[in-house]
Design a protein around this ligand. Structure first.
Ligand SMILES: C[S@@+](CC[C@H](N)C(=O)[O-])C[C@H]1O[C@@H](n2cnc3c(N)ncnc32)[C@H](O)[C@@H]1O
Length: 232
């Protein structure tokens, strides 16, 4: 089993997701105690895709995170660099325009998307700034970004319980439900090392996004960051 380390070498990250692809969505539902579905609904509300809009769902994996935008009538392009995850998505939804691509070198022209979104993907990208700049490049002026990522609970007692849950319970639970438990050790480590809400907001601003704001979900277990591409 390939397990990525915190230096997030792209070939190791892609191989790790290739390995977990078949059971990825099921494991997600179990480990998030069903919260994943609520988080996806919140992302859909934040993106607020309109019929006919073009939405890029980056690091889309099996495409599960892309489905709400299709249901809203948007044209969604799920893009990911794990061929295993894309293959799994193609089996389930053969009509989806699943596209192979690296978040730091996107295979799209400038300004083609009305909105770009990434759910539980940015934390796995080696160069966060490069991905945020690429997302800005492919978004039209006035277009928006929504980032859904694990974050830091805001209430200190809950934060302590959560870190204990993460560090202690996640690997054994993952061992029971996943064929690749090591991937979930990486998950716990990468969440702990990820910037807190204000720091990620600053990275978005540094990359050129304006009107940056965030909203906590489940007490800050997850945060939704949003931004707008300045109009020319
Ligand atoms: C945790 S999964 C999230 C999948 C989906 N967005 C969801 O919400 O279920 C993270 C995905 O990010 C992808 N990924 C990580 N780094 C990437 C990169 N540099 N370029 C494209 N995809 C990347 C992985 O291949 C994996 O499919």
């Amino acid at each position: 089993m390939t397990r990525a380390s915190l230096d997030k070498q792209p070939h190791e990250v892609a191989a790790m997701f290739d390995d977990v692809a078949a059971k990825y969505d099921l494991t997600n539902d179990v480990l998030s105690l069903g919260q994943a579905r609520l988080w996806r609904k919140a992302v859909a509300r934040a993106v607020d895709a309109r019929p006919g809009e073009k939405v890029l769902d980056l690091a889309a994996g099996t495409g599960t995170s892309s489905l709400p935008f299709t249901m809203a009538g948007a044209y969604v392009v799920p893009c990911d660099f794990s061929v295993g995850m894309l293959r799994e998505g193609k089996k389930r939804n053969p009509w989806m325009p699943l596209t192979a691509g690296d978040a730091t070198r996107l295979p799209f022209a400038d300004g083609v998307f009305d909105a770009v979104t990434i759910s539980f993907g940015l934390r796995n990208v080696q160069d966060t700034g490069a991905a945020l700049r690429e997302m800005l490049r492919v978004t039209r002026p006035g277009g928006r970004v929504v980032i859904c990522e694990f974050s830091t609970p805001t209430w200190a007692p809950f934060r302590t319980v959560y870190s204990e849950y993460l560090m202690r319970a996640l690997p054994p639970v993952a061992r029971a439900v996943s064929s690749s438990p090591d991937a979930y050790v990486y998950l716990a480590e990468s969440i702990r090392a990820w910037p807190r809400q204000p720091e990620l907001a600053a990275l978005l601003q540094e990359a050129g996004w304006s009107k940056v704001a965030w909203r906590d979900l489940t007490g800050g277990v997850v945060a939704l960051h949003r931004g707008t591409k300045p109009s020319e």
